[in-house]
Design a protein around this ligand. Structure first.
Ligand code: R5P
Length: 315
């Protein structure tokens, strides 16, 4: 382990500290400050020559700041002769624009992949990417891990019965099916239409939810529109308790307010994005992905397979 060193940007230092604690490593020392005009100034404060370096940074809000911080940190590490640099991204932002689905739109997920590679990242470790194919936007290795087992453990401890797993859109069916298998539960799908980036409308529920407890599983909650609309439709279709397990709690705009007055009993998110004080709610529970990341980092460092960490969703 003496060849390995973990640094953290400012976006999610809480999770980074928990990961370092699990790894029994002291966090690498770095100075992250600002020039008077706001430009980011970074100095790596220990020797990284020849080391296997991991930089933990979620590109959550303030998104652009956090991305620049990560890029500049990687640049500093590369110029300090790190042997290998892994960008550890519990939340990989700018992922929703992942294809040209309209004329004259960018593919920001590809742009971010290019920027990371040009900065000097040699590999990426990411959790629940918005779309699996984002791995292919990189020409460096990407290890893609999933929070599914963390959520399944949480709900199994509570003891859930008479359960149906719900995907809030067609794109999430594969993941929802993996949950349904783990819980030996039924599966339902919400047929959703997105009217604008911030508004969705539920057209139909495919599957039987009447009299059932449901868990809606998704990768992102941003404005909360998809989740709240889906919960309303599920309640109208006769669902009993309605829970949600969502990897990345962006919770932008008035998402928390919407959640509080919704049909959701409660939402479970991971700590891939830190939850600000102003977003705390009785309806939001947090599970940590520290152990998952610590294990993945260890396996990458020792060149061991990490597929055991995502086997369940391939089956
Ligand atoms: C959509 O493809 C995603 O999986 C999420 O359902 C979506 O990004 C959530 O956004 P919002 O909370 O703004 O509806």
């Amino acid at each position: 382990m003496d060849k390995m060193i973990v640094f953290s940007g400012n976006s999610n230092s809480g999770l980074a500290s928990r990961i370092c604690k699990d790894l029994k490593l002291k966090m690498g020392r770095s100075l992250i400050s600002r020039f008077s005009d706001g430009e980011i100034r970074i100095k790596i404060e220990e020797n990284v020559r020849g080391k296997d370096v991991f930089v933990i940074q979620s590109t959550c809000p303030p998104v652009d700041e956090n991305i620049m911080e990560l890029l500049i940190m990687i640049d500093a590490l590369k110029r300090a002769s790190a042997n290998r640099i892994t960008a550890v991204m519990p939340y990989f932002g700018y992922a929703r624009q992942d294809r040209k689905d309209q004329p004259r739109v960018p593919i920001t997920a590809k742009l971010i992949a290019n920027l990371l590679t040009i900065a000097g990242a040699n590999r990426v470790l990411a959790l629940d990417l918005h779309a699996g194919q984002i791995q292919g936007f990189f020409d460096i290795p990407v290890d893609h891990i999933f929070a599914i087992d963390v959520f399944v453990d949480y709900f199994k401890k509570i003891g859930m019965n008479n359960l149906v797993i719900v995907s809030p859109d067609v794109g999430g069916i594969k993941m929802a099916r993996a949950y349904a298998k783990k819980f030996r539960a039924g599966l339902a799908i919400v047929d959703k239409r997105r009217n604008s980036p911030d508004a969705t409308e539920v057209m139909h529920i495919l599957g039987e939810v009447e009299g059932k407890n449901v868990i809606i599983v998704d990768d992102i909650i941003a404005t909360g529109s998809s989740l709240v609309e889906a919960a309303g439709a599920l309640r109208r279709a006769g669902a009993r308790k309605i829970f949600a397990a969502i990897s990345h709690g962006i919770l932008s705009a008035n998402a928390v307010e919407k959640l509080e007055s919704s049909d959701i009993d409660y939402l479970v998110i991971t700590d891939s994005i830190p939850l600000g004080e102003e977003k705390k709610s009785k309806k939001i529970k947090i599970v940590s992905v520290n152990k998952l990341f610590a294990e993945a980092i260890k396996r990458i460092h020792f060149e061991r397979s990490i597929s055991v960490l995502f086997d369940s969703i391939r089956r």
